[in-house]
Each structure stands twice: as structure tokens, then as C-alpha cells.
Design a protein around this ligand. Structure first.
Ligand SMILES: [Zn+2]
Ligand SMILES: [Zn+2]
Length: 265
């Protein structure tokens, strides 16, 4: 493509990185969980029914469209940095390796808060149809649902990194690792199989993390479980599904603890 202006080539290469990441993880998780390990994981399937192939194809199409939005915003952010308009990445480099890892933890916690609050916002009936309906068309999600967004929701998600970089000094390498963590949690969270470890009493071993059941319930009954990585905001704001722990115990085929059932009543 020698005739394209440099900016178009940069956009295409950014698009290539983002599409590859999505395809590798979405197809990878689908192939691994839905095909290769399906017989082994039968006892961890959250719902009996499987979405139709048409749904998966639509999700794939809309995810690629969302990635075009992410790549555009990502490239503009990168160009702003190259033009010397952003001091954050250079400052972060001068703060050394301890800050590298601390800022990785902080960006994940920050994104969880951003996601929770913007997600609650786009569930407002005045915004839902324009911003969030596409994602909820997947009533029973699949690994391909990860980026199946309306334009507006894609833009809200894309804006997080540039806003973060303007406020918190963060290296680009941290952004790369953050994106990797994000796509892993996102595709697994839509995979339809409860993959998180459970205690003997049917409760999650890591109760502060959102499990697959947690987000699956959000798709089944919107209005609860808005969180992305952590259960913190749903617990604090009282938006955790009242039957969440009971449903988790069901998904891992363990009898729900008495305290779980009481909590669900
Ligand atoms: Zn939602
Ligand atoms: Zn979802």
C-alpha cells in the first residue's frame, strides 16, 4: 500500500495490532472452551442453551467496528504523545520500575471505576438505546461479545486510556499490559463457563473478583452487576444481584452455603 499517506498506514498498523489481539483471544477462548474443553467443562456451563451462530457472527462484526474506534483514539493519543503534548509517559519512565508495576495496578482499579460508572450511566433509559443496546442484544453471551458495542459505547471505552494518561503518569508498556489483562478478563467474562475457583461451600475463592457468573447474570437480567473486574462497586452501591452467590454455587455444581441462601432472600 505505497500510495497511502503515513497516517493511514499508522492507523492500519494500529488496527492490525488491536484486531489480532481480539481475534487471538476471542477465537482462542471460543476454540478452547467451546470446542476442545467442552466435554471436560460440561459441569461448569452456566446456562444450558448455546447462542446461535448468527449471534456470534454479528458480535464479531460489531467488535471489529468497535476496534476501529479504539484504534483511531489510540493512534490520536500516541500521536499527541509523539508531538510532545503529553508528558505522562516520559515522567512515568523517570519514576522507575516500582512505579511501572504500581501504575499497572492503579490503571486496572481506575478502569474498573470508569467502567462501573459509565456502564450505569448508559443503562439510563434515555441513553440505553443509543449507547448500550447492541451489547445487550447478546442475551446469552459468547467470547465474541467482548467488544460488541454501539458506536457510543465503543467511544466511551476508548476514551479511558487518553483521559488516564492525562491525569496519571503511565508508560506505554503499562498500557499494553493493561490491554492484555482487559481482553483476557473480557473474553473470559463472556465465555458462558464459570472458570473461577470455588470453595467447598460454593462461594468464590476470590470474592473480590467478578466471576463469569457475575457478568453472565448482567446479560440475563440487566439492572444488576455493572462491575468489570472487581465486585467492589456493586457491593458498595448495592447493585450486586441478590442471587449472585446462589447462581455462582449452581454454576460450579456445589450446594450453596446457608449464608448464601439467606443473603439471596
Ligand atoms: Zn449493561
Ligand atoms: Zn457484557
Amino acid at each position: 500500500m505505497p500510495d497511502l499517506p503515513p497516517i493511514a498506514l499508522e492507523w492500519l498498523s494500529s488496527m492490525q495490532v488491536d484486531v489480532t489481539r481480539y481475534v487471538v483471544f476471542a477465537v482462542g477462548v471460543w476454540l478452547l472452551l467451546w470446542i476442545v474443553l467442552a466435554p471436560v467443562l460440561k459441569g461448569r456451563k452456566i446456562r444450558e442453551d448455546v447462542p446461535a451462530a448468527r449471534q456470534l457472527l454479528l458480535e464479531f462484526f460489531f467488535s471489529i467496528r468497535s476496534i476501529a474506534v479504539f484504534s483511531t483514539v489510540g493512534l490520536l493519543t500516541f500521536l499527541a504523545d509523539r508531538a510532545g503534548l503529553m508528558s505522562g509517559p516520559a515522567i512515568a519512565r523517570s519514576w522507575g520500575p516500582a512505579w511501572f508495576w504500581a501504575s499497572l495496578v492503579l490503571i486496572i482499579i481506575g478502569h474498573d471505576a470508569w467502567f462501573y460508572w459509565t456502564h450505569r450511566l448508559i443503562h439510563d433509559p434515555r441513553l440505553f438505546r443509543t449507547f448500550h443496546r447492541r451489547h445487550h442484544k447478546s442475551h446469552n453471551p459468547s467470547p465474541f461479545t467482548a467488544y460488541s458495542f454501539d458506536w457510543g459505547e465503543a467511544a466511551i471505552n476508548a476514551l479511558f486510556v487518553p483521559l488516564w494518561l492525562m491525569i496519571v503518569p503511565t508508560q506505554w508498556g503499562v498500557v499494553g499490559l493493561f490491554m492484555l489483562h482487559q481482553i483476557v478478563r473480557n473474553t473470559l467474562g463472556h465465555s458462558g463457563y464459570e472458570l473461577f475457583p470455588a470453595r467447598a461451600d460454593g462461594r468464590p475463592v476470590l470474592p473480590f473478583l467478578t466471576t463469569v457468573t457475575h457478568h453472565d447474570l448482567h446479560h440475563a437480567q440487566a439492572g444488576w452487576n455493572y462491575g468489570l473486574y472487581f465486585t467492589f462497586w456493586d457491593r458498595v452501591m448495592g447493585t450486586e444481584h441478590p442471587e449472585y452467590l446462589q447462581k455462582f454455587a449452581q454454576a460450579v455444581r456445589k450446594p450453596a452455603a446457608a449464608s448464601t441462601l439467606v443473603a439471596a432472600e
